[in-house]
Design a binder for this molecule. Structure first.
Ligand code: RB5
Length: 142
């Protein structure tokens, strides 16, 4: 599975730590590449292009709280960005929502928690069935 990661300046430190932690997975780094102030919608756009073109299967997006970049990412048709705040939510974001972007707050979430959430999501399986009917309804209303 190809996984891309991107952040604004508020998520830069967490992005760098995740990149090092998951070095074996070879995360595709879409920036930002330093802690200079940038605009999170630009990184949501880069991620949407990466996922929707098929260059990556899963994305990880980070801003200060995760809120702004979630809002921005979910404007793109076909992006299902989930702001993850517990292991239970991580598991259900896969089983029920088949999320294709995981979102975290670089200033609000401890690194160890985020690792736990990502690992939990990666172990989970999408259930389809009634959940696919709901995802289809989202696709139709976007
Ligand atoms: C940037 O200062 C901050 O507003 C951004 O990272 C994010 O938290 C927005 O939702």
């Amino acid at each position: 599975m190809k996984i891309a990661i991107a952040s604004d300046h508020g998520g830069f430190d967490l992005k760098e730590r995740l990149r090092r932690h998951y070095a074996d997975l070879g995360l595709i780094d879409l920036g930002t590449y330093d802690s200079q102030s940038v605009d999170y919608p630009d990184y949501a756009k880069k991620m949407a292009n990466e996922i929707l073109s098929g260059s990556a299967d899963l994305g990880i997006l980070i801003c200060g709280t995760g809120v702004g970049i979630s809002i921005a990412a979910n404007r793109y048709h076909g992006i299902r960005a989930a702001l993850i705040y517990s292991a239970e939510v991580a598991e259900l974001a896969k089983r029920h929502n088949n999320a294709n972007v995981l979102v975290f707050g670089g200033r609000t979430m401890p690194f160890e928690d985020v690792i736990n959430y990502i690992d939990t999501f990666l172990r989970a399986e999408y259930e389809g069935g009634r959940h696919q009917i709901r995802l289809n309804k989202i696709e139709q209303t976007e």
